[in-house]
Design a protein around this ligand. Structure first.
Ligand code: ATP
Ligand code: MG
Length: 556
């Protein structure tokens, strides 16, 4: 598979080109994608993946996958595995073995000891609450802790005893000794290590102190020889700390942190914490629910990696945060499917149509085109008989204005088959239409008339005795408003959940060839949308997800 690399004109690419020109990193390009294994990846991550892996590829460099696994309380191997799976699914391969920040815990501990020896770190014994009070605000400087001037010996002793498990959670932390009056709050003696007595999915019970993200990240980048450490904008204010750690420790190399804007989409949320809430409170069926903006959910829904990469490309990289219209993602999916999906006939809400002048027991096969966008896809045979299903929507006993589909007395085309004209309507005791009767014109075989007579409506259909049955799941936005994060005081994003985001159609009728599709395969149901086979499919029952509707609401 060839992967589109981020094209020229994006500012990160420009920085790398300039670095290569000046020989800043000896012409090397080494990036990394550093997820925390505390949830499944979402479409926002795919942008970071696209940038990191794409730029490495564009410059003949490397991209590492490194798990930022410094908080054992929130992390899990399930996530470690799903993340690797999702990256591969997107079409990317990391350099060498998978890396873990926890692989560096010994070295990080040594670096912390070194900072203490340099007088650049100390053990803090204030409570979390007091530390917060001492930190100051955006407008007021912080206050120095009474523990700030502990001797190097005392700090070394306490830090070692923290490591040895002598203290409970929260008793002490290790802090950098920088500047409590810094205008940048991140530089007001940030915490480097905290005590967490918890089992770690890789290091087991070896550690009961865990390094903080800011301390871990810069040093992990350095240890791996990363040249460009690309991250999202919320880390911009952390960059001085990133640089401080590396400068103070005089490390052999100094990666450059570069920030870009996060990808956000309308009508959804984009945070693992919020996804956890949706999953744990059963608002969705799981991390891979097709309504979730997780890569697992999108894959299950039928979105292709190609479409997701095209979205990343279209959105590009920017320095300013923005929200991308969900319709643009759907547009990318639709364009990809239009090129590749075979066309098939499926009737979601069947209404039986009986052709009274068609010979009982007769079956004909018609050739139907598989994909008008791709002639190499050829044609297939579709069986036709005296009784076919059409969509309930394609018939009205009393047609509204401009209705060109079937109604008493009107003639329409059954796609690729015949013209039929409605002669009768059969109702049940409650007055519901249960069957329509038609006559067909044998002179219109294949769906065209020899006398040049035109019809304005064309219906897709499925032969009743040949029909396969399916459950079809139709999705709409998970939230009812473009920005579900916007809520009144005291409320949360759950209030904006769309109660109708999933509609299950129990008994759709399929043309026979659809009964053989396997999980993950996708098709276009003519006139209805693009659909993919859900993993819930069994040999007895097909299950489809509507991936995306046919109509494009995004204006290009
Ligand atoms: P979340 O807020 O959803 O939990 P995160 O930033 O905590 O996300 P990480 O696992 O730390 O998730 O992210 C791994 C990488 O992906 C980081 O470099 C992060 O900057 C990037 N990333 C996360 N969310 C987005 C997004 N919406 N758009 C672009 N990049 C993102
Ligand atoms: Mg994070």
């Amino acid at each position: 598979m060839t992967i589109e690399a981020p094209v020229a004109g994006n500012f990160i690419r420009d920085i790398i080109e300039e670095d290569n020109r000046t020989g800043k990193h000896g012409g090397r390009v080494a990036t990394r994608f550093p997820p925390e294994p505390n949830g499944y990846l979402h479409i926002g991550h795919s942008k970071s993946i696209w940038i990191n892996f794409g730029l490495a590829a564009a410059f003949g460099g490397t991209c590492n996958l490194r798990f930022d696994d410094t908080n054992p309380v929130k992390e899990d191997v399930e996530y470690v595995e799903s993340i690797q799976h999702d990256i591969k699914w997107l079409g990317y391969r990391w350099h060498g073995e998978v890396k873990y920040a926890s692989d560096y815990f010994d070295q990080l501990y040594e670096y912390a000891v070194q900072l203490i020896k340099l007088g650049k770190a100390y053990v803090e014994s204030l409570s979390a609450e007091d530390m917060k009070a001492y930190r100051g605000t955006l407008t007021e400087p912080g206050k120095e802790s009474p523990y700030r001037n502990r001797s190097v010996e005392e700090n070394l002793d306490l830090f070692e005893r923290m490591k040895n498990g002598e203290f409970p959670n929260g008793a002490h932390v290790l802090r950098a000794r920088i500047d409590m009056a810094s205008p940048n709050i991140n530089m007001r003696d940030p915490t480097l290590y905290r005590i967490i007595h918890a089992h770690h999915h890789r290091t087991g019970d070896k550690w009961c102190i865990y390094p903080m993200y800011d301390f871990t990240h810069c040093l992990s980048d350095m240890l791996e020889g990363i040249t460009h450490s690309i991250c999202t904008l919320e880390f911009e204010d952390h960059r001085p700390l990133y640089d401080w750690c590396l400068e103070t420790l005089q490390t052999p190399c100094h990666p450059q942190q570069i920030e870009f804007a996060r990808l956000n989409l309308t009508y959804t949320v984009m945070s693992k914490r919020k996804f956890l809430r949706l999953v744990n409170d059963n608002h969705v069926r799981g991390w891979d629910d097709p309504r979730m903006p997780t890569l697992a959910g999108m894959r299950r829904r039928g979105y292709t990696p190609e479409a997701i990469r095209v979205l990343a490309e279209k959105v590009g990289v920017a320095k300013a945060n923005s929200v991308v219209d969900f319709a643009l993602l759907e547009h990318c999916v639709r364009e990809d499917m239009n090129r590749r999906a075979a066309r098939r006939m499926a009737v979601l809400r069947p209404l039986k149509l009986v052709i009274t002048n068609y010979p009982e027991g007769q079956v004909e096969e018609f050739d139907a085109i598989n994909n008008p966008e791709d002639t190499s896809a050829g044609t297939r045979k579709v069986p036709f008989s005296r009784e076919v299903y059409i969509e309930q929507d394609d018939f009205r006993e009393v047609p509204p204005p401009k209705y060109h589909r079937l109604y008493p007395g009107n003639e329409i085309r059954l796609k690729a088959a015949y013209y039929v004209k409605c002669t009768d309507v059969i109702k049940d005791a409650e007055g519901n239409v249960v069957e329509v009767h038609c006559t067909y014109d044998p002179e219109t075989r294949g769906g065209t008339s020899s006398d040049g007579r035109k019809v304005r409506g064309t219906s897709h259909w499925v032969s009743v005795p040949h029909a396969k049955r399916a459950e079809v799941r139709l999705y709409s936005h998970l939230f009812t408003v473009p920005n579900p994060n916007e809520v009144p005081e005291g409320q949360d994003f759950i209030m904006h959940l769309n109660p109708n985001s999933l509609e299950v159609v129990e008994n759709a009728a399929l043309e026979p060839s659809l009964g053989n599709l396997m999980t993950g395969e996708f098709v276009q149901f003519e006139r209805t949308g693009y659909f993919s086979v859900d993993p819930d499919r069994t040999p007895e029952k097909m299950v489809f997800n509507r991936t995306v509707t046919l109509k494009d609401s995004f204006k290009v």
